[in-house]
Design a protein around this ligand. Structure first.
Ligand SMILES: NC(=O)c1ccc[n+]([C@@H]2O[C@H](COP(=O)([O-])OP(=O)(O)OC[C@H]3O[C@@H](n4cnc5c(N)ncnc54)[C@H](OP(=O)(O)O)[C@@H]3O)[C@@H](O)[C@H]2O)c1
Length: 408
């Protein structure tokens, strides 16, 4: 396939909006002046691309490109050899140079508009409730929707008012959406390309670290009781101004938040609760610890990174040899998950799409401790989204994601 890497000095095709609309326009044409686009000539979406009509280039739009996760998506996709950034969208933006939102990307010459582009794939990267309102319109033309927010992660519509305090405006799409954790749902993500509407609900950052840390135990029916104690850097909360996220509030301080109510609990219970049913070794009933997870997140004074410490009382005694075999079997062929010999540090994954996992049984207490670390903005958001894009469009899963971590 021909590489179409965007160069820093190469301005992309972008929407030239007329006037300044109040928020996102819907389905505005990709190019100014009504000229036809490669997308409209060949059809949009992963199915058309995989049929060979895409000539090796996936056109991509990002809605919510001004935030932290949106900026990280732009950074990663600029390095992707098969992606053309068709357009970036942000509310109330009108041909605004990207440097205003993301100075570090200023030399790309990209601009941000209000219009939602036509493209093979649209990433939505906004607070809960916003992408759900746009989903039908985005998918109607064949574009794949990859939502980095939570609007398509949960299968049960009742979970939205319960955990997110809103009624889902497109509940009929929840049964179409695939939970976009490749290590658990690789085949379903690939198959989503053939559905009438292609929607990937990408996992949250805490759930990514936690589910990957615990899935092998849940599959084996070993989660008797479970406490997840997790820590996140401040970028996990986004860049919207909030007084409790000021440097002077966060620096040299650690605090718990969201006790008993954190929204990510819902997807952890959903996904871990399915593991036993799929395998031969366990069932939902065999993992009472995943039915009501005790999850306590903490905010710590660093920019990126998540550490999920998962304390498990197993349903029966286990040995380290058994655990090592379970985790080796689960992850030896995974390109982004590594089981490590020493407790991992968030620094060891920063800027990369890696998830590092350490698992040990305490012979004295009989409890299992599993640690999972990720970069919340890469494996926890933008990198995972690119991984899912690669699967949907039939590319090698690691394309554009081979960056080593940044240390120190
Ligand atoms: N940060 C992470 O580590 C992380 C990880 C996984 C998933 N996520 C999820 O990704 C989404 C974005 O997170 P983020 O950290 O990038 O947040 P962020 O930095 O606060 O960015 C939010 C983006 O959404 C836009 N936006 C806010 N309210 C909007 C509205 N009512 N209508 C349209 N656009 C709106 C913002 O535009 P303006 O510039 O105009 O404000 C901005 O582009 C969230 O759903 C979050 O839960 C984040």
């Amino acid at each position: 396939m021909p590489a179409t890497r965007s160069r820093p000095d190469q301005a992309p095709a972008s929407t030239q909006s007329e006037g300044s609309p109040p928020a996102h326009d819907r389905r505005a044409p990709l190019s100014a002046g009504g000229t036809s686009t490669p997308g409209s000539e060949r059809g949009l979406g992963p199915k058309a691309f995989r049929a060979g009509h895409g000539r090796g280039t996936i056109t991509v739009g990002i809605v919510g490109a001004t935030g932290y996760a949106g900026g990280e998506l732009v950074r990663l996709l600029l390095q992707h050899p098969n992606v053309k950034l068709a357009a970036l969208s942000g509310r109330n933006r009108d041909n605004q140079p990207i440097a205003i939102a993301h100075p570090h990307l200023g030399t790309t010459g990209l601009v941000i508009d209000a219009a939602i582009p036509e493209a093979d794939a649209i990433f939505t990267v906004m607070p809960h409730g916003v992408a759900a309102e746009m989903a039908s319109e985005i998918t109607a033309g064949g574009s794949a929707l990859l939502d980095v927010g939570p609007d398509f992660r949960l299968h049960d519509r009742a979970d939205y008012p319960r955990w997110y305090k809103f009624d889902h405006p497109a509940p009929e799409l929840l049964s179409v959406a695939v939970y976009g954790l490749p290590e658990l749902h690789r085949d379903e993500i690939r198959a989503a390309a053939d559905r009438p509407a292609t929607i990937i609900g990408l996992p949250g950052c805490y759930p990514t670290a936690t589910i990957l840390a615990l899935a092998p135990l849940a599959r084996a029916g070993l989660v008797g009781d479970l406490v997840v104690d997790a820590k996140s850097g401040v970028s996990g909360a986004g860049r919207e101004l909030k007084s409790d996220l000021l440097f002077s509030e966060v620096n040299e301080s650690v605090r718990a938040y969201g006790a008993f109510t954190h929204r990510h609990t819902a997807e952890m219970e959903q996904e871990l609760g399915q593991q036993g049913e799929r395998g031969t070794l366990g069932s939902r009933e065999a993992n009472p610890g995943v039915a009501t997870i005790d999850f306590l997140p903490h905010l710590i004074p660093m920019t990126r990174g998540i550490l999920a410490s998962c304390h498990v009382r197993p349903t029966r005694p286990v040995t380290q040899v058994e655990l090592d075999a379970l985790y080796d079997q689960a992850y030896r062929d995974e390109p982004f998950v590594r089981v490590v010999a020493d407790p991992p540090s968030t620094k060891h994954v920063s800027g990369s799409n890696l998830c590092l996992i350490w698992v040990k049984v305490d012979e004295r207490s009989g409890r299992i401790l599993v640690l999972g670390v990720i970069d919340n903005l890469v494996k926890g958001a933008a990198g995972q989204a690119v991984q899912a894009l690669n699967l949907l469009f039939g590319l090698p899963e690691t394309t554009g994601l081979e960056q080593y971590p940044i240390v120190p």
